[in-house]
Design a binder for this molecule. Structure first.
Ligand SMILES: *[C@@H]1O[C@H](CO)[C@@H](O)[C@H](O)[C@H]1NC(C)=O
Ligand SMILES: *[C@@H]1O[C@H](CO)[C@@H](O)[C@H](O)[C@H]1NC(C)=O
Ligand SMILES: *[C@@H]1O[C@H](CO)[C@@H](O)[C@H](O)[C@H]1NC(C)=O
Ligand SMILES: [Cu+2]
Length: 387
């Protein structure tokens, strides 16, 4: 029924102008922007931030991560140029660690593949991926001359046709588009539990900046029918960037309802509820925002281990991190809490994650305690917010 979708924005105190907007999608996007503004307000009135010295990180001097669609063409090209620079620089990792790694970009992929079973469904999931994305953004800046900030992918855009999105439209300001069509029987996502029908792709991307990009590592756990895993997860296995854009996945799970549930709804009551709902309830046939975001590009992006091979990974994880940042700002009393253990879905059983535990990204960044990554305004090393 039509009224229900407006009930919530009214409850959240959105300006009346929202109601004049003709498109439901527009209203969803404004609802999310309003959540973002509430997060900023909450941080502005956070006493602990006010008491900080003016020179240290605060909400007024922090870097601001923005929506990709609001980047100018020049800004988009600067970001893409830096990504391609990282893909062209030689790997600096010990070759015995990841024999297949050839580039600095691969060094990031290799660390994610290596640690997959201890960074998903774990107590460090949110902070590990927050630091990983920050380290990548920092490498783009320090090693490839990028001057801007990490962009994010607004999940609510172009859900019914991701190939129209500024991320996937195949132009030179996108991350390349859909793959070439290859007849196949869909993908099985959600740890082998959720069937996703084929889109219009399945093969290598056909245009845009990453058309000639050679992926060196993985796949480890491909989800697409007919795609075989590499013999050695960290061995040299050159292949193309494949995609099978999935509007089915976006329409079902990248919804404002799911974002509201984890940030202000039933799943926002604790970090445990938040991270579980975000990562999906596969037994219930519910992919969740995190897994769905990897499933929308499809193809090689659906690989839990090797997903960072697709540069869209970092825009998706910036959006995951934005959602976490909103949750934290709206639950300041719980913002520093952790839930979960050291192993994927606690298999094999392990102890609880502690803020003293280390996030080790190998050659990609200095090791850091989880406790240092809980606050994006903590200043050492993080100092950013979202807009
Ligand atoms: C990850 O890399 C370390 C260092 O080479 C190695 O000891 C460990 O076995 C690797 N873990 C996995 C799951 O590949
Ligand atoms: C396609 O895959 C689904 C899920 O694995 C399966 O139920 C179905 O039978 C398959 N169809 C064909 C034609 O192989
Ligand atoms: C919200 O999250 C809770 C907790 O995981 C879940 O039980 C509920 O079904 C979700 N609600 C919606 C509308 O998705
Ligand atoms: Cu991951």
């Amino acid at each position: 029924m039509r009224f229900s979708q407006f009930a919530l924005p009214a409850f959240l105190g959105l300006p009346l102008a929202v109601f004049a907007k003709p498109l439901a999608a527009r209203s969803d996007i404004e609802t999310l922007l309003d959540l973002n503004e509430q997060a900023v307000s909450a941080l502005q009135s956070d006493e602990s931030i006010e008491k900080r010295k003016p020179t240290s990180c605060n909400i007024f001097n922090a870097r601001v991560r923005r929506d990709w669609k609001h980047f100018s063409s020049t800004e988009k090209k600067q970001y893409i140029t830096a990504v391609k620079c990282l893909q062209a620089k030689p790997s600096i990792a010990d070759p015995t660690f990841a024999p297949g790694a050839r580039s600095r970009y691969d060094d990031f992929v290799a660390v994610h593949i290596n640690q997959t079973l201890s960074i998903h469904g774990t107590g460090n999931f949110l902070t590990w991926h927050r630091y990983f994305t920050w380290a990548y953004e920092t490498a783009l800046r320090d090693e490839c001359g990028y001057k801007g900030n990490q962009p994010y992918w607004n999940w609510l855009d172009n859900r019914n046709d991701p190939s129209k999105s500024p991320l996937f439209d195949g132009t030179d300001t996108s991350f390349s588009g859909d793959g070439a069509f290859i007849a196949h029987n869909g993908s099985v996502n959600g740890n082998g539990m959720i069937f996703v029908p084929s889109g219009k792709g399945g093969g290598c991307v056909t245009s845009g900046p990453f058309v000639d990009y050679v992926i060196n590592l993985g796949p480890v756990l491909p989800i697409q029918d007919g795609v075989a895993p590499a013999a050695d997860p960290l061995g040299y296995n050159p292949h193309c960037l494949s995609r099978d854009l999935s509007s089915f996945t976006a329409m079902n799970w990248l919804t404002i309802g799911n974002i509201l549930n984890v940030t202000v709804g039933a799943a926002s009551g604790s970090v445990l509820l938040f991270q579980n709902e975000l990562q999906g309830r596969f037994n219930d046939g519910f992919l969740g925002l995190h897994t769905a975001g990897h499933g929308v590009p499809g193809g090689i992006s659906g690989d839990l281990y090797g997903s960072p091979v697709d540069p869209i990974f970092f825009l998706h994880h910036a959006m995951i991190d934005r959602t976490y940042w909103i949750w934290q700002a709206l639950h300041l009393g719980q913002a520093n809490t952790l839930a979960g253990t050291l192993t994927l879905f606690n298999t094999p059983p392990s102890r609880d994650t502690s803020p003293e535990d280390i996030i080790d990204l190998g050659v990609n960044a200095p090791s850091v305690k989880i406790g240092k990554i809980l606050n994006t305004l903590g200043g050492s090393p993080l100092c950013y917010i979202y807009a």
